[in-house]
Design a protein around this ligand. Structure first.
Ligand SMILES: [Zn+2]
Length: 495
């Protein structure tokens, strides 16, 4: 009410001002002189104002006719709605409204409504690059994958929306599990947008899954260049890929190329245990045991690991057990108190039949955080020192119910791997294996403890039988077998 009154007042004021202006113009003298084709016209003040208004009207009409001409040309070129759009300006407005409604429906999870709004917007606007996107998303939401795929293909055909189309089909192929096609699409998408982080990750995942290490290395470099990967992480992952390349070549033959790759991987990431072990073996094969020893010591300094100890032993395969103990002293003094150091030294002393020294090497490990391996070694020491069967059996029983100690565990799915691999065989994630105690180990040891009475009983039965037959040697065999069994249980397999 108040608003209408205000409008009327403003209207009256404008009319009054105009009348005042016209009166003022009539009273003033002078005017505008215009010369057209040699004839001079003199316009009075009121006439010049009217003349100016006519000029403005003529310019407006000219532009209007020009847009009509353009619309007609578009119509003749096949744009069916060009003319109707020209005559019906409200149409465009309704089109954008439908598009907005469609987007809103999409955001609120109403796929079908979004689809019908998209169809309406398409008809009114004739802007497929906008409406197709909405159609594709709505089709995905309603589970109409066929329609979505068709729309993505339409998006691919337009250069402005090609990336969105390729990405859409890529996502579809990934969810279908068609990795081969997905890999090709990811490569295509990355060629359009080389710095797109999500596509880089997808491509890298697919390449590592299909063991295309060379391709994965170039994708990793692209990630580094686009700044989406810290240099430290890049170095480690590149080393893993180089190592995987080396492993692949190594499975064919011990070629020079594989050795070079292994050494390269070790240089890229000196603390990567499998790379160090493999590079050391490559150096040994090349007849450079000094280089091998140096890099093993460096890796041991970063993380003591049984694989490194195995490789270190291979430096001199024919030495005596006593010589080996002396040679390992170099490694032992790097981390003298580390569990791995103590276990390795105890093992070496047992092999050299120096049982008191082996016991000293283990030290208080048995009282503190002993695992199956430590208890098994303890059993072997007791056996070597001539302790009674009951004592040895006691240690072996403890070994069975003790935690397994560190293993290669996937950080992502906690799957345990006997051997290090670049890609987790369970969940397919890349660079997630860590050498650590498995959180699931207690479960397996629980079953172990459950089985224990049966196993010990079986051993006792066999012993009694052996006693009856009065054959000492049999007894030794049984124990040897049990010790060996527990030993191979407690020790991770070397790569
Ligand atoms: Zn995993």
């Amino acid at each position: 009410m108040l608003w209408s009154l205000l409008k009327i007042l403003v209207f009256v004021a404008i009319i009054a001002l105009l009348a005042l202006g016209a009166g003022f113009l009539m009273e003033t003298t002078g005017g505008v002189q215009v010369t057209v084709a040699g004839t001079e016209y003199t316009l009075g003040p009121l006439q010049s104002v009217i003349g100016f208004m006519v000029l403005v009207g003529a310019v407006w009409l000219f532009f209007k006719l020009l847009t009509l001409l353009i619309a007609t040309l578009k119509f003749l070129n096949g744009d069916e709605t060009a003319l109707s759009r020209f005559f019906d300006r409200g149409r465009e407005k309704r089109g954008y409204q439908a598009l907005a409604d469609g987007l809103m429906a999409l955001a609120s999870g109403e796929g079908r409504l979004a689809m019908s709004k998209a169809g309406k917007a398409e008809k009114l606007l004739n802007k497929p690059e906008l409406t197709n996107l909405l159609v594709a998303q709505a089709a995905e939401m309603t589970g109409d994958t066929k329609k979505a795929a068709e729309t993505y293909k339409m998006l691919i055909s337009d250069s402005a929306t090609r990336f969105v189309g390729v990405r859409g089909v890529l996502k579809q192929k990934l969810s279908e599990g068609d990795d081969e096609t997905a890999l090709k699409l990811a490569e295509k998408a990355l060629a359009i947008k080389p710095r797109h982080e999500e596509t880089q990750d997808i491509l890298l995942g697919l390449q590592t899954k299909s063991q295309d290490w060379t391709g994965a290395r170039s994708t990793l470099t692209a990630k580094l260049k686009s700044g989406s990967l810290p240099r430290e992480v890049f170095k480690r992952r590149d080393a893993i890929l180089a190592l995987s390349e080396a492993k692949d070549i190594l499975s064919d033959s011990n070629s020079v190329e594989a050795q070079e790759r292994a050494i390269e991987a070790n240089k890229l990431s000196p603390d990567l245990v499998p790379a160090a072990a493999m590079a050391a073996r490559a150096h040994i094969a090349k007849g450079k045991p000094k280089n091998a020893g140096r890099l093993l010591k460096k890796a041991w300094d970063a993380q003591p690991h049984p694989d490194l100890a195995h490789a270190f032993a291979e430096l001199a395969p024919d030495e005596t057990a006593q010589d080996r103990v002396l040679r390992f002293a170099v490694l032992a003094k790097v981390h003298p108190q580390h569990t791995e150091t103590r276990l390795v030294m105890a093992e070496l002393h047992i092999v050299a039949e120096d049982f008191p020294e082996a016991r000293r090497a283990l030290g208080d490990l048995i009282e503190q955080d002993a695992d199956a391996r430590a208890y098994t070694l303890m059993a072997a020491i007791e056996r070597g020192e001539g302790a009674s069967d009951a004592v040895v059996q006691g240690w072996l029983a403890k070994a069975l119910s003790a935690p397994r100690g560190p293993q290669w565990v996937c950080d992502n799915c906690h799957d345990i791997h006997a051997e290090w691999t670049p890609v987790c065989s369970n969940c397919g994630s890349f660079d997630t294996l860590t050498w650590k105690a498995s959180p699931g180990a207690d479960v397996s040891s629980a079953t172990g403890a459950h089985m224990l009475p049966l196993i010990v009983g079986a051993v006792e039965d066999k012993l009694r039988q052996a006693d009856n037959e009065a054959v000492e040697a049999d007894q030794d065999d049984v124990f040897e077998a049990v010790v060996q069994d527990a030993k191979s249980e407690g020790q991770p397999r070397s790569t």
